[in-house]
Design a protein around this ligand. Structure first.
Ligand code: SF4
Ligand code: SF4
Length: 110
C-alpha cells in the first residue's frame, strides 16, 4: 500500500508552522514542499498506518490499496469528527462503501 496526496486539494495547512500530516507521521516522512503542498519523502518507508489520512482535515490524502491484488483503483479516505471516523472505500472518484468507527478517546478533532 501507499499514500496518495492530492495536490489539487492540499492547501499546505495554510500558514501553520508545521502541517497536521507532518506533525502526526511517526516516520517523519511528510513535509511541505516549495509549492506549499504536502509531499512524502519515501513511499518505501511508509508503513501505511493511516495517521496522516485521518489527520488531514480536508481529505487530501488517500491510502491506496495494492493494485497487485485489486485490478481497480481502490483507495481509503477518512473523515474524522469528535465522535467517529468515517472511512470511504473509493474506486477512483466513486464511493463504493462507507464504514464508521466510533472514536473511543476522541480524534483530536475540535
Ligand atoms: S494535513 Fe492535509 S492540507 Fe495539511 S499539508 Fe497535509 S495533506 Fe495538505
Ligand atoms: S501512512 Fe503513516 S507512515 Fe505513511 S506517511 Fe502517513 S502517517 Fe506517515
Amino acid at each position: 500500500m501507499s499514500i496518495f496526496i492530492n495536490e489539487n486539494v492540499c492547501n499546505g495547512c495554510g500558514q501553520a508552522e508545521e502541517t497536521l500530516c507532518e506533525r502526526i507521521c511517526p516516520g517523519d516522512l511528510l513535509f511541505r514542499n516549495d509549492r506549499h503542498k504536502a509531499e512524502i519523502r519515501s513511499q518505501g518507508d511508509c508503513w501505511t498506518c493511516g495517521a496522516c489520512v485521518k489527520a488531514c482535515p480536508i481529505q487530501a490524502i488517500d491510502l491506496k490499496l495494492p493494485t497487485q491484488i485489486l485490478e481497480s483503483d481502490i483507495s481509503l479516505r477518512a473523515k474524522c469528527t469528535k465522535r467517529e471516523t468515517i472511512w470511504e472505500i473509493r474506486d477512483g472518484n466513486i464511493i463504493k462503501e462507507e464504514f464508521v468507527i466510533p472514536a473511543t478517546t476522541g480524534n483530536g478533532v475540535e
